[in-house]
Design a protein around this ligand. Structure first.
Ligand code: SAM
Length: 272
C-alpha cells in the first residue's frame, strides 16, 4: 500500500468526486428518514494543502485552488463546505459535515497512519464508526447498514492493475446485500479501454439503474496521465441526471485548459 491521498488532495479529480458526493448526500436527505453512509476507502479525513505532500505536488492549485475565491453557483454548496470545514476535507469530513442528528457514517481505511488520523478525528463521535478493515470485505460485512437507507462511496487508489475488476466485483457484492442503496464509485480515466471493459462488466452484472458521470480534461490518449475521471452511480437519486451536468460543466469551465477532447458526459449504462 504505497498510495497516500495527501499528495492528490484537492486536485481536479477530488473536486469532481467531492462535488458529486455532496450532491448525493443532500439528495438522500430530501426525505426526513435517517441515512447511513459507508465510505469504503476513507483516507485520512482532512489535508493541509499548504504543507507536506499536497504542497509538494501542488495538484490542488489546479483544483480547489481555482474554485475557492469565486465558486460558480453550481459548486457553491461543495465549496462552501470546504471553506467551513477548514483543512481540505476528504470524503469522511465532507460527509460528517452534512450528517443530521440521526444519520450515521462508517469509514474503512487500511493504511495505518491514515487510519490513526481518521480515528483521532472522530474520537468520541457517536455518529461515526472508523474501521481498520479491508473495503472489499466490508461490503459483505457492513451491508445492509442500519438505518437501511443511504449511500456507499467506493474510492479505491487504483494501485493494482485489476482494481476496476475488483470494483465491479465489490459493487456486485454490495448491491446483492443492499439493493436499495445508492452506490457511488469513483474511477480514473487514463485511456478508454479499461473503462469500456468495466462498463461492459457492469452491464452484464444484473444490476439495474446504472449511470456514469464523466469529466475529461483532454482526449484520453496518454495512459500515463490522469486525463479525466468518472463516478458510476447505482440507484441515482431523483434528478441526478438533470442536476449533475451543470456541476460537471462548472468544473470543466474552471478546471479545464480548453485542451482538445475535453468534455463532460452522462452515460446511462442500464435503465431502471
Ligand atoms: C483515493 S484514497 C481515498 C480518498 C477519500 N475517499 C477522499 O475522498 O478523501 C484511497 C484510500 O484507500 C485506502 N485503501 C487502499 N486499499 C484499501 C482497502 N483494501 N481497504 C480499505 N482502504 C484501502 C488507501 O490507504 C487510501 O487512503
Amino acid at each position: 500500500m504505497n498510495y497516500r491521498h495527501a499528495f492528490h488532495a484537492g486536485n481536479f479529480a477530488d473536486c469532481m468526486k467531492h462535488a458529486l458526493l455532496v450532491w448525493l448526500v443532500r439528495a438522500l436527505q430530501r426525505k426526513p428518514a435517517p441515512i447511513s453512509v459507508l465510505d469504503t476507502h476513507a483516507g485520512a479525513g482532512a489535508y493541509d494543502l499548504s504543507a507536506g505532500p499536497a504542497e509538494r505536488t501542488g495538484e490542488w492549485r489546479g483544483g480547489i485552488g481555482r474554485l475557492l475565491d469565486d465558486p460558480p453557483p453550481a459548486l457553491g454548496d461543495y465549496v462552501g463546505l470546504v471553506r467551513q470545514l477548514g483543512l481540505y476535507p476528504g470524503s469522511p469530513a465532507l460527509i460528517r459535515g452534512l450528517l443530521r442528528p440521526d444519520d450515521r457514517l462508517a469509514c474503512c481505511e487500511l493504511h495505518p497512519e491514515d487510519h490513526t488520523a481518521l480515528r483521532r478525528r472522530f474520537a468520541g463521535d457517536p455518529a461515526v464508526a472508523v474501521h481498520r478493515r479491508d473495503a472489499w470485505e466490508a461490503l459483505g460485512a457492513l451491508l445492509p447498514p442500519q438505518p437501511r437507507r443511504g449511500l456507499v462511496l467506493l474510492d479505491p487508489p487504483y494501485e493494482a492493475p485489476d482494481e476496476l475488476d475488483r470494483l465491479a466485483a465489490g459493487l456486485s457484492t454490495g448491491w446483492a446485500r443492499f439493493r436499495t442503496g445508492v452506490f457511488a464509485a469513483w474511477y480514473p480515466i487514463k485511456h478508454r479501454a479499461p473503462v469500456r471493459a468495466f462498463f461492459a462488466t457492469m452491464q452484464q452484472s444484473g444490476i439495474r439503474d446504472l449511470v456514469a458521470a464523466e469529466l475529461l480534461l483532454r482526449e484520453p490518449l496518454d495512459p500515463t496521465r490522469l486525463n479525466g475521471c468518472g463516478m458510476l452511480v447505482i440507484n441515482p437519486p431523483y434528478r441526478f441526471d438533470a442536476e449533475t451536468p451543470p456541476i460537471l460543466a462548472a468544473l470543466l469551465d474552471r478546471l479545464g485548459a480548453r485542451e482538445p477532447g475535453e468534455g463532460a458526459e452522462m452515460i446511462r449504462l442500464v435503465d431502471e
